[in-house]
Design a protein around this ligand. Sequence first.
Ligand code: GLC
Ligand code: CA
Length: 566
Amino acid sequence: MDLKWWKEAIVYQIYPKSFCDSNGDGIGDIKGITAKLDYIKALGIDVIWLSPFFKSPMKDDGYDISDYYEIEDMFGSTVDIDELLAEASKREIKILMDLVFNHSSSEHTWFKSAIGDPNSPFRDYYIFKDLVDGKYPNNWRSVFGGSVWEPLEDGSCYMHTFDKSQPDLNWENPQLREELYKVVNYWIQKGVSGFRIDAITFIKKNQIFMSLPPDADDGLANVGKLTMNQEGIHLFLQEMKEKTYGKHDLMTVAEAPGVPYNELLEYIGENGDFSMIFDFSYCDMDVDDNGFWYPKGNWNFDEFRSMMFKSQRSVQKVGWGALFLESHDQPRCIDKFFGVKLGKEDDESFRKGSLLATMYFLLRGTPFIYQGQEIGMRNLKFNSIQEYKDIATKYQYMRALSMGATEVEALHMAEQRSRDHSRTPMQWDDSAYAGFSQSASWLPVHVNYKDINIHAQIAETASLYHYYKQLINLRKSSPYKKVLIYGGFEPILEDYSQVIAYKRFLNGEPTIVVVINMAEESNSVEILLEDMNIICSNYHSDYIDYRDNRLWLKPYEAIVLALKTL
Ligand code: GLC
Ligand code: CA
């Protein structure tokens, strides 16, 4: 058993722009986060991951950084960050910062120098190529649409995997790498406990930059094919580790799309690059291989289950994983898993939210909770594409139209997938602007805030908030802590449709059995249970219907049992 603090932690992701606004300008800020630390502590959180708060023109809401050392004005100042770190530390809450190192903002001084002067020493910090006969070097498609190449007046062009305001950094350049390591060390010395590392599998580009057979009718090919998880990437990642966080006992969690399971060892094995990575395979089940939201991918719970279990098994073989359902890039999970029912809250919200929570929270790995997930915040209905702010949504909308979708269909797609759904302001109470701000917020507050808010759910003991707290306590301070954290994972009852079930086990510890009925109807499974304790139920019951070796499950029921043997 390889004990690590970050295996025992529970992480809460904060999207600063939408968490809490301390000065009434409608935008969340750092002082707002500091003001809510007691709330976070009371929930049982050990670690906060802060999405970027650095200087940024906010074209991609902070994932376009123009200065890695300075704080964006709308979020506050260095003094505020120091205060947040100090106040968090007083409460024994650790902070993870977001490192966005695949690209900078086009407003970064390096890029401004590079673009203004072909002989600039910073030119090689980015990827510039010459146009040939007025044509781009290749047909790679950027993640936010169109070519990855942006032409300049001087006959050259530069590469951007994401938006054109996010030029890719050239990791082949050793000075650039040293500059980035300086950033990491600066923040370590400030007192952060680790990093979430953005889009990191993209940093190593295949240096031939060749065109690929088009994979859609725009004639372009997914940039990831020759820029994601390419040979040689571990030289960069190991170097960064050695020169920065590898020297300290820190937590690193990498956003690492495109890593096949048989290559996990280098990323998260004993001498791997990171503590853990996010595996998107099962949470992106509704998105196709090129990242297109339209047409929506078909999936069902049984397929989802086998993807999630495959991930668990593969990660378990080599290292440790990150568990999540939501983030600032995902829609709200109740809507994603059970379909969007816009405009009204159905009675089953609690049941569905608690079922999903039980499903992922007790898997093997470090659980992440995204702000508002703990109260079941939902997707918001926007009436037109103009109301969306998210750069990805605008692109996917246009792309859907170009694929022949009607406006209604394209809007429906956005209703399901837009990243703005997770970015609407946090719902603190039922006062004006949901207690998020004193004035109208940058994205509208969800219409359901009077029903769904922190204040109300703290007061109501049967709420999702309290259910999350119960799960957190199980993992942190119950007699089952050891097995839930360090125990092995094994699927059970895989022959049953619409049932997600697994056990966690560890020598000398009780075995934990999690059984979840994903269906709207009752269900039953054959299972041998002896000497069991019910340790959690989303029907709040201390009784289960177990007869003749059959466990009867109510609609959307989630049950967690502890037993001596299975
Ligand atoms: C990551 C971030 C996402 C951002 C992208 C480009 O995927 O999570 O929000 O748009 O990288 O930085
Ligand atoms: Ca503010």
